[in-house]
Each structure stands twice: as C-alpha cells, then as structure tokens.
Write a protein that binds this ligand. Structure first.
Ligand SMILES: Nc1ncnc2c1ncn2[C@@H]1O[C@H](COP(=O)(O)OP(=O)(O)OP(=O)(O)O)[C@@H](O)[C@H]1O
Length: 692
C-alpha cells in the first residue's frame, strides 16, 4: 500500500507527508518533508502541490521518481527528494486533513523514533530532553506546525554521532610518506604537522593547539588539511567561513524561529556521521560581523579545548562534546583574524613557491591530475619543463599554483579537442631538437625528436605521437603572454625605485615613483596609501632634507632646502590597490634620493625596511615572500634590514644563490647599495657640514 498525503494547515506552511509502507522493505517507514512557502495563496499552493504530484501520477509501476517543487518566488526548481517507488498502487491527495491510514502510519513512525531514542547512545542530558520531547509529540495534534519542528529536532538528535567515532591510524612513518606523496616542498608545514601527529600518537586525547595555516591562495593549505585527515584515517569536512557574518551560522538558531536549523558545526557532524572528524575551518580571516552577532565569538567556544567538550548549539539546546574533533584553520593573513581567536591557534606560515618548486609541483602533481581529469594520457600530450616555466613566468603572477593549475587545465582541454578530433599534430616545433622558451630564448628539449611532429605527421609517422606544447602552442591556447619583464624600462629615469611588499596574496614588487615641480613645498601622495605609509613618506622627506648637504641633494634651483619653491609628488602604481605598512620607508627614501641627485637607482635592486627619523633601518615582516617576489621578477640584489638577516635561513638555497643580499642598519648603507658606485658623501669643500 502506498500513500502520499498532503495537507495545508496555513497559507504559508505546507507539510508533505509521504508514507511508504509495507512494500518498501528496508526503506524508512515514513519520510517527512517540509516546505515553507514565503508568499502565495492557498490556491497557488494547491497548484504547486499538483505539480508536485504530476511526476508521481505519470510514473510507470516501477522506476525512479524525482519529486520536484516549484517555489512561487521564481523559476528556481528545488528537488525535494528523489526516491525509488515500486509499485505505485494508490495516490491519495487530500488537502486539509489526514487519512486514518496515515495517522496509523505516523503513529508507527513515532514508535520507531521512540525506540531509536531509547537505543541510541546519547548522553543522559540529551536523552532526557528527547524523552520529554517525544512525550509532547505524542500528545500534539499533527496539524500543529510545532509537530513537524519537534519531529525534525528528534530525528536530528537520533542521527547525531554522539558516541560514534573512527579509530585513528597513528603511524608517523606512513603519515610522512603520505604527506610527501601528496605535496611537494612545504617542509616547515609538514614537519609541524608530523610533530603534531607524533604527540597525538604518544598521548591520546591531546588537547592540543588548533593549527592555523596562513599563506597566500593556492599554496596547498586546504589540501594539506585533507591529507591530515587521510593520514589519520578520519572523516574530513570543510567549513567555508568566508563571508559568514551571523553567529547562528556557527551556533544554530533557537528552535522558536521559523525555519530554524542547527549551525555548521552540528550539521557537519551529522554529515560525516562520526564525532572525531577533521574539520577544516577555511578562510577564518574572512569572517564578517553583523547585527546578528559575531561569528568569531561563537568560534571561540568551538576552538577552545577547555570549553568545547560542552559546546551548545542553540538548535540542539543540549551540549555536544567537540573535544574529539580535530580543527584545522586556514587563512590568507592574520591581520584580520580577531585577536581572541588568533590567541587560540598556533599559526604556521605557508609561504609561496619558487619557480623551481612550481615546476616540480606542476610535473609531479598538477599535470598528472589534469591529464586524468581530461581523459588524456602522457602518450597524447607532452608538456616540457620549459613550457611550464613559460606558463609560470609569462601567464601567471602568483605565490601559489592555482592559476598555473587553471592554465594547465586550459591546455589539456585544447589538446583533448585535438585528440578527440583525431588530429594529432604537434602545435609547433620549428627545429627538431629545439623549442622556444621564455623571452624568446631557445631551450634544448629533454626528449628531442629527430623530426618535428608536424613534419612527422606529414611524413606519415604514427598519429598517436604526443602533442608537444611549446611556446607557440602556448600562445595559440592561452593567448599572448600576460606578463613581461618590464623592470629595467621603468627604472630608466631618476626618481623610481623598487620596493618589496607583502600582501595576503604573497609577496609583490612595488615601484615607487617621484616627481618634482615648481610649487610651495607640498607633498602629494597617491596610490591608495594608508596612514602608516604616508607617515613613512614624510619621514623619508625629512631625513633627506636634513641630510641634503651631506649627499649634495638640491632642488631644481640648486638650493639645499629641497622643498623650497618645489612640490613633490610620490606615486605608488597599481593605484586601485590599497597599500599600507612601514616597510616602504627605505624605498621612498631611495626614490627621493634618486630624484634630487638625478642619479638612476640600479634596476636590479629591490628593497624593504622601515626607517626612523634618524635614518636607522628597522626590521619588517614577510621577508621570505618578498624575496621570492624579487626572484620571480628577475631582480638580482635585495636590500633588507640587518635585523632580518636571520629570516634568510628560510629562503631556499637555489634562490639564495641567485640573489645577493645587503643587510642594512641605516639609510647610508641602503643608498650605497642602491646606486651604482655607491651614494657616498660628496667631498667638495664647502658642501659638507663640519661634523662630517
Ligand atoms: N606543494 C604542493 N604539492 C602538490 N600540490 C599542491 C601543492 N601546493 C598546492 N597544490 C595544489 O594546488 C591546488 C590549490 O591548493 P589549495 O586549494 O589547497 O590552496 P589553498 O592554500 O587552500 O588556497 P586558498 O587560500 O585559496 O584556499 C590544489 O589542487 C593542491 O593540491
């Protein structure tokens, strides 16, 4: 016997009761779906319900049925439920009242629910609440809106994994192999993760710190979180926190609200079905705030090992023990993480990759993954390392590898079309053993072919030869290169210097430009600068004015008072991007020194460092990312504050070899390194201040 019964108990509230009885064997005895209609009349609601039943009516006696419900607000279709129906004997559609049969079925369901509550392993407090609620449910008329709410609540309570967990697979050696297999480089991060797992192995129930991976996009933070779960043999669940601005998203709504539901933590537990998953709290730095409360405050309770064994979701209204859950957070920057939340986490910096690391990641992980996703084999496409380097330097500018991955995806798609069309032809190979690489340079290919493939095809060689991706093929598929080395062009006149900036997207090189013109001694700053950066500009000008004689710096009329009848304009290109922080101090001072001395700053030097009014150079953060950015841009020398020398240990050996570093403790040393032949004190008599 198969019944579907619908009743409307208010204009805005429709409860659809779908009873599946005897003929369903192992299927649940009853399935309840509830749909809240935000607007519309009863007539409209009945029409929609008729639409809902149409597919069921037309269904043959066996098969799969999708019940669809059209919301009145628009054309959006929501699949309420899809289920297998066999056989359909009868469909009853009775708006306004329940059939007697259905009532019996429903009572059966409640009996089953009660049984589940009795047999479930939930804690005593939760059990008491459930028993109380089911007693209320039994006495409640089924037409009451609260009936469905209570029933949903009880169904969630019996579904939650109060005591169900997976057994941890704690084998550090296996974990090391798995992490190494899944991720290239990231040594610091892997080391810390292994330490964490080792302590877990030695001491069960570790109330350890919450790890928070901080780094630019696409450096593998999320993917390491997934590997940790795999290593431990735990379920993995990702909770995206970007843009979450309502604390109910974390802690749930109280059941008194219409449409109330549990928060993301409880929902996640229901999804994974165990109480010890790995929860990845993604983009914790992008939590918002609103009148509906502060979600970061709600997360405090979730992440605090001292409190989270008693986490109370507003919807559940009973405590759930989260102490077995392994939380890992990810963020692009710590600057926007609320301090209290930051305090509960151990920050592990994940810096961007060098070009060499990116090439390795591409060939070991990204290309095989893309080939698999596009149904290609290494016999059908060949991407040499020079082509990968071209993609990295000319088509992407990023600290991570996400954009590189996308470009490789685009190449695979283009090749898939060729392969599918059966047109196996080399995109282009001018000479048999040579392909063009970055900057038009020619590179010897690893597996150089005796003939170019296009020639080979013409000569009747096998069409299954791999399609070779070279510079010209890249141009065909990805379009003209998006980034060119432009550094030396931009430093071809005085008043320009290259700084190094740290952004949540990784390190960047930053040009600082200065011009002077007749005026009244005003300083104009443009390029969306924050207050700290503006102050750095004022500091740099003051230092140069006070040292103008020492360095023989003059304005256009030859006066040592640099601002006399002179206005200065300082600009930081990429004017749409907001910039702040003190680390541009040395660059601004160098740029102005170039402007007033008429000398060019070396075009292969980049610098970073905070300055004081006395010309000292103070340490700054993000050195590794900044150095990587300088290397990516093809620069050769990097000036950093002396007290940042220790940070150079983090720079990979090959990058340290490619670059030379100057550690400066004062602006004199910076200027000497930034200009060819140094920027030493002029010794013309009469120009120097007597103390010098
Ligand atoms: N070291 C690496 N080895 C292998 N694959 C990597 C590595 N780093 C990143 N990837 C790959 O790059 C892709 C992007 O990584 P993922 O999504 O984990 O980045 P993310 O740091 O979490 O970025 P976001 O901050 O934007 O969330 C994934 O496919 C990942 O497997």
């Amino acid at each position: 016997m198969h019944n579907i019964c619908v009743y409307i108990h208010s204009v805005s509230h429709i409860v659809f009761h779908h009873v599946l009885s005897q003929c369903y064997g192992s299927c649940p005895a009853a399935l309840w779906l509830q749909c809240v209609i935000s607007s519309g009349s009863p007539v409209a609601a009945v029409c929609q319900l008729q639409q809902l039943f149409c597919p069921v009516r037309n269904q043959a006696s066996t098969g799969r049925v999708e019940l669809r419900f059209i919301m009145p607000a628009g054309p959006k279709e929501i699949v309420l439920q899809s289920l297998t129906i066999r056989p359909i004997r009868r469909i009853a559609h009775i708006p306004g009242a329940l059939e007697d049969d259905d009532e019996d079925e429903d009572n059966d369901d409640i009996v089953m629910l009660e049984k589940k509550i009795r047999t479930s392993n939930m804690p005593e407090q939760a059990h008491k609440v459930c028993v109380k609620e089911i007693k209320r449910l039994k006495k409640m008329p089924q037409s009451m809106p609260e009936y469905a709410l209570t029933r949903n609540y009880l169904e969630l309570m019996v579904e939650l994994p109060w005591n169900k967990s997976t057994t941890d697979r704690l084998d550090i050696r296996a974990a090391r192999i798995l992490l190494d297999n899944d991720h290239y480089a990231m040594e610091k991060l892997k080391k810390r993760v292994l330490e964490y797992l080792a302590v877990r192995q030695l001491k069960n129930n570790l109330k350890g710190p919450i790890l928070c991976f901080v780094g630019p996009p696409g450096v593998g933070k999320t993917s390491v979180g997934r590997s940790v779960a795999k290593t431990l043999g735990r379920e993995f669940h990702r909770i995206a926190l970007g843009g979450v601005c309502d604390q109910s998203d974390i802690r749930g709504h109280r059941r008194t609200y219409v449409g109330s539901m549990p928060g993301r933590i409880i929902n996640g537990l229901k999804t994974v079905g165990v109480n010890n998953p790995v929860f990845l709290l993604d983009e914790v730095d992008k939590l918002g705030k609103s009148l509906q409360g502060d979600p970061a405050a709600a997360l405090l309770e979730v992440l605090d090992p001292e409190q989270n064994h008693n986490f109370t979701d507003h919807y559940l209204n009973v405590a759930f023990d989260l102490s077995q859950v392994l939380f890992i957070a990810t963020a692009n920057t710590t600057a926007t993480i609320p301090p209290a939340l930051l305090d509960r986490m151990e920050i592990i910096q994940v810096p961007g990759y060098t070009q060499e690391e990116k090439i390795e990641i591409a060939h070991r992980h990204l290309i095989p993954k893309q080939l698999e996703q596009h149904g290609l084999t290494p016999q059908q496409i060949q991407i040499p390392q020079v082509a990968t380097l071209d993609i990295i330097t000319r088509y992407t500018r990023e600290a991570g590898v996400r954009s590189l991955d996308r470009k490789l995806g685009a190449i695979c798609r283009a090749v898939a079309v060729k392969v599918a069309e059966g047109q196996h032809r080399e995109a282009r190979l001018d000479r048999p053993d040579v392909a063009e690489g970055e900057g038009g340079k020619e590179h010897i290919l690893e597996d150089a072919k005796p003939e170019s493939i296009s020639d080979a095809t013409d000569l009747g060689l096998p069409p299954e030869m791999p399609i070779l991706i070279d510079f010209h093929a890249l141009k065909d598929i990805l379009g003209p290169p998006m980034y060119e080395m432009e550094v030396s062009e931009r430093l071809s006149q005085p008043g320009v210097a290259i700084g190094l900036a740290w952004t949540p997207l990784g390190g960047e090189i930053m040009f600082v430009e200065a011009s002077r013109m007749d005026g009244e001694g005003q300083l104009t700053l443009t390029g969306q600068l924050g207050d700290v950066m503006k102050e750095s500009a004022h500091l740099a000008i003051s230092w140069l004015r006070s040292n103008a004689k020492k360095y023989h710096l003059t304005n256009a009329s030859g006066s040592f008072d640099l601002l006399e009848n002179t206005d200065i304009h300082l600009h930081f290109p990429a004017g749409a991007v907001t910039k702040d922080g003190p680390s541009a101090g040395v660059t601004i001072a160098t740029c102005l020194a170039s402007l007033f001395s008429g000398r060019l700053v070396r075009s292969d030097v980049a610098m970073t460092g905070e300055i004081t009014l006395r010309g000292l150079v103070l340490p700054v953060g993000g050195i590794k990312d900044k150095v990587l950015a300088a290397h990516r841009a093809g620069l050769k020398h990097v000036i950093i504050p002396q007290r940042n020398e220790k940070d150079l240990e983090e720079i990979p050996g090959n990058i340290r070899q490619d670059l030379s570093f100057v550690t400066a403790s004062c602006l004199d040393e910076v200027l000497n390194a930034a200009f060819d032949g140094g920027f030493t004190v002029k010794t013309r008599p009469g120009l120097l201040n007597s103390k010098l």
